[in-house]
Structure formats: C-alpha cells, structure tokens
Write a protein that binds this ligand. Structure first.
Ligand code: SAH
Ligand code: F3S
Length: 481
C-alpha cells in the first residue's frame, strides 16, 4: 500500500470513529474491548462482532480498564484452550473489582455454545453468553443486561453466514485479511467438538465473498485467507445447509459453485492479490482444486492438510474418512501437479488405544510427506464427543514422550525445507515489522515461510524479491535484490 493510501485510510478510520461516536451520542457512546482465542475463524468472527456493535455506537478500545463492554471469544478445541479462557475471566474479575466496576462481561464463541447456561452459573462475573451463530442478537442481549438481567443466546442456525456484514478489521496490518467462506462442520471426527459448537456446515454467498475480497484489495490489502473448517466442501446452491443440497432444484444444482470455482473467481480479482485458504480436509480435497491452484500464480503454493494420525486403524476410530493409502494418493497428486507445493499438517498424538506401532506409522507417514511445518497436539478428551465414550488410555507421560518425538521429527523436516531455500530468491509480501528488530520487515513467501530482511526503502504491502542467506527451522533471513 502506498503512503497516500495509508494516510487516506487513517483519515477514513478517524472519520469513521467520529461518525460512530456522533451517532452514538444519541445512544451514548460506549467502548468495547474484545479478546480472541483459538482458530482464525474466531478472529474473523470478532471482526463481525465489532461491525455489528459499531452500528450500535460502540468503538473498540485496546484498554480493558476504559471498556464498557468486555468480550472474550472462546475456543473449546482442547481442555487447555478452555483453561486459558477461565484464567482470563479471573483476570477480568480483578479488573472489575479494582479498576472498572461498571464493565459488562460477555463470553462469545465455542465455549459459550458448549456450556450454555452452565457458564452463567459457574462464572458469576459473566453477564452475556452468545454462541457463534447469534451475534446479530448482541444489541438486544446488551440491552437486556443493561436492564439488570443476564442474557444468553446459543441458538445454532442452518443459514447464518453473516454474508452481508463487512467486518471491522481489528488490529490488522492493513495487508492480510481473513475472509470466512463456510461456517460449521458436518464431518463429525470423533475427537472434535466443533460440529457441536459451530453447528451444521453452510456456505456463504459467493457474491458477498468476491465483494469483500475486492473491497479489501481496493483498500490496499494484498492477501486474503479464505476460511472454513473444511473449505474444500464449499458448495453454493442458493443458500441453506450443505446437507440440503440433495433437495435443491435442478436449476440450483446446475448453477451450483464448488470450492475450485470459488477459488477461480477470487483469483481473478487482481493478480496482485494473494490467496490462501484453510483448512483443507483430506477426505474432500480433490484434483480440481489442485489444478486451479496451479493455474493461478496468485494462489499460494501451500496446502494445510491436517492428517491427525499415520495409522489407518486410528484414522478409522477418528472417523476421518480416509486411510493412510488415500492420504498418500492425495499427496502424490499434489506433488505431481505442483511439485514445489508446501504442505503442512495438524497431528493428534496419543488418541484412544494408540500403540507404539500406530505411533511408528505416524513417524513413517511424516517421512513420506516431509511436511514443511505442522501443529502437533496431545489428544484431549472433549465432553460429549463420540471419542469421549472410548477409553482415553494412553498415559499422559507416554503422550508427552510421543509428542516430543513427533515435534523433533517435524523440526528436522522443517529445517530441511528451509535449508533447501538457501541461496534462492523468493517473492515476499511485506506484512509488518520483524518482532525482534524495527530495522527489519517480516513477510512470507508463497510457501508460507516467514522471511526477515532489512527494510531499505520498502513499505508495508509491497512485493519484494528476497535472496535467502540464512535460516532456522522456522524463519528465513535474506536481502532484497
Ligand atoms: N477442520 C480442521 C480442524 C479444526 S480443529 C480439520 O479438518 O482437521 C484444529 C486442530 O485441532 C485439528 O486439526 C486437530 O489436530 C486438533 N484437535 C481437534 N480436536 C482435538 C482434541 N480433542 N484433542 C487434541 N487436538 C484436537
Ligand atoms: Fe473438527 Fe473434523 Fe470438522 S477436526 S472441525 S470435525 S473436519
């Protein structure tokens, strides 16, 4: 983004703030503070919440002690994620007691959906509980609380996609943005709480997706990440939950749009708009998407393809819908069509009944794929999921030992990929300052590798060619040429 654009944007943001406060003067100007945990979708949802409340006269603040309303957008995916939120609530309690007695506290997202009324009983501090499909109801819920009542809405919808709401970009860099394309998940992996907390899968109207991406580009953004629990199963046939597709009319079926079609459309907005997407589920990703990626240079050469285990027996217990062989076939297709494509994964270690032999299969699968990077987790039982009725019988110490082994394995593969890049030159989109030095910029290659380099005369949002001179297993260092 050039400086004029940046300034224009700043002025616009200021104006917007004033407008919000002015129109708020009729309603009383109020400040909202929001913290998000968990997946990218939650961060994206918080921007929708900020937008809904901007219409009610709320501005956002980064200072909790001046907030009228404090929201925490929560994650339930593992027990640890929920414990983090409980700790934050203790912290809010201390702020409310000592510094900001008037503040209202709301819990949003997956934990709100999972615990419902129980939350209000367990955490006396909490005034509002709102599930992921009920954010449009926030103004009513807030009014209810202001009238001295507690408020809750955890209704899950078959249709809600917030398609018409333009998110207020919170604390972003003005260069990269998340754009939701689907909500919910129908896959029912046995370990996973998401189908219960985010409801049935539904796709967002493609027109609203294209418009949001186009607007972002016009405002100086240079990268969008299309988000969904399972992006490859995106299917637009005029609205409704995906499960209703079988009842769609002949014409709706003929006019339907799948993920490859959508990618193709978004890629054509502008060749200088980079496109990423997450998450791909191996059971739904097909060659059509891989071919679409290879056709457009602005679709980044990186696929996040969570595998969860290398053992077909465990994959079956997890209800993942593919086995080791099918996963390898997909990897082979990707490597055949986009030879240099970066591939990353999620892995669950120590799922119910995992043996040493299963664990070895996971290690050997990792050797076959040689992932660029990965996110690795110890299995954590989630209440009321199908796996919660299986025995969580891998002892903690063994889970920890296997996890350490898997992490070490991944680090050596990551380092291998980074070292392969030494001496080569990559196009990098500048996304911000390096965390460690104000003299350096941070950006990413098409393969999603982080690169640090001296700023020179470049600016945020520029594409630069960087020659790689040094690396760790997580970061590349180089010089702009
Ligand atoms: N939709 C994505 C996953 C979303 S959850 C997919 O298709 O895989 C993100 C990751 O959290 C999952 O990939 C999984 O590795 C991890 N995860 C989910 N439930 C978990 C649990 N109960 N214990 C440990 N890790 C879990
Ligand atoms: Fe969870 Fe499986 Fe969906 S991991 S989000 S149920 S694809």
């Amino acid at each position: 983004m050039n400086i004029e654009k940046l300034l224009e944007k700043k002025v616009d943001e200021k104006k917007q703030g004033q407008v919000l406060q002015l129109s708020g003067s009729e309603k009383k100007s109020r400040k909202m503070y929001i913290e998000s945990y968990g997946c990218q979708m939650n961060f994206s949802d918080s921007e929708i919440v900020a937008s809904i409340l901007a219409n009610e006269g709320f501005t956002t603040t980064k200072e909790i002690i001046e907030a009228d309303l404090v929201f925490v957008n929560t994650c339930s995916i593992r027990e640890k994620a929920e414990l983090t939120v409980r700790k934050r609530l203790e912290f809010y309690n201390s702020i409310k007691r000592d510094k900001n007695p008037g503040m209202l506290v709301g819990v949003l997202g997956c934990m709100a959906e999972r615990l419902k009324e129980q939350f209000l009983e367990e955490e006396k501090l909490v005034d509002i509980v709102v599930g992921p499909d009920s954010y449009r109801d926030l103004p009513n819920l807030i009014a209810k609380v202001e009238n001295g009542k507690k408020a809750i809405n955890v209704f899950l919808s078959l249709e809600e996609t917030y398609a018409d709401i333009s998110p207020v970009r919170l604390g972003g860099n003005g260069v990269t943005a998340f754009v939701s394309i689907t909500r919910g998940c129908d896959n029912m992996c046995t370990f996973c709480v998401v189908p219960y907390t985010r409801g049935r899968e539904r796709s967002r109207d493609p027109k609203s997706i294209i418009k949001e991406c186009q607007d972002l580009f016009n405002n100086g953004y240079r990268e969008v990440t299309l988000l969904g629990q399972n992006v490859d199963s995106y299917l637009w046939f005029g609205g409704g939950a995906k499960k209703d597709f079988k009842n769609a009319s002949k014409q709706e079926k003929e006019n339907s749009l799948n993920f490859a079609d959508l990618l193709n459309e978004v890629a054509q907005i502008n060749p200088r708009l980079r496109i990423r997407f997450s998450t791909s589920n191996p059971q739904d990703m097909g060659v059509e998407v891989i071919d679409t990626m290879s056709k457009h240079t602005n679709i980044c050469d990186h696929i996040h393809l969570p595998v969860q285990s290398g053992s077909s027996r465990i994959l079956k217990l997890m209800n993942r819908g593919y086995d080791r062989k099918k996963y390898f076939e997909l990897i082979d297709e990707i490597k055949r069509r986009i030879p240099d494509c970066a591939i990353s994964m999620d892995m669950i270690i120590g799922f119910c009944s995992e043996t040493e032999e299963d664990h070895k299969k996971t290690l050997s699968l990792m050797d076959y794929v040689c992932y660029d990077f990965g996110y690795m987790y110890k299995y954590s039982v989630r209440p009321n999921t199908p796996a919660s009725r299986m025995e969580d019988n891998v002892p903690q110490e063994l889970k920890q030992k296997r996890l350490a082994e898997i992490i070490q394995h991944q680090q050596s593969h990551s380092l291998f990929h980074m070292q392969k890049k030494l001496g080569k030159t990559f196009e990098v989109l500048i996304e911000g300052d390096s965390k460690k030095s104000k003299k350096h910029f941070y950006g990413r290659t098409t393969h999603n590798s982080s690169v640090i380099f001296e700023k020179g005369n470049h600016k945020l949002g520029d594409y630069v060619m960087v020659k790689i001179e040094d690396c760790t297993s997580a970061t590349l260092k180089g010089k702009v040429i």
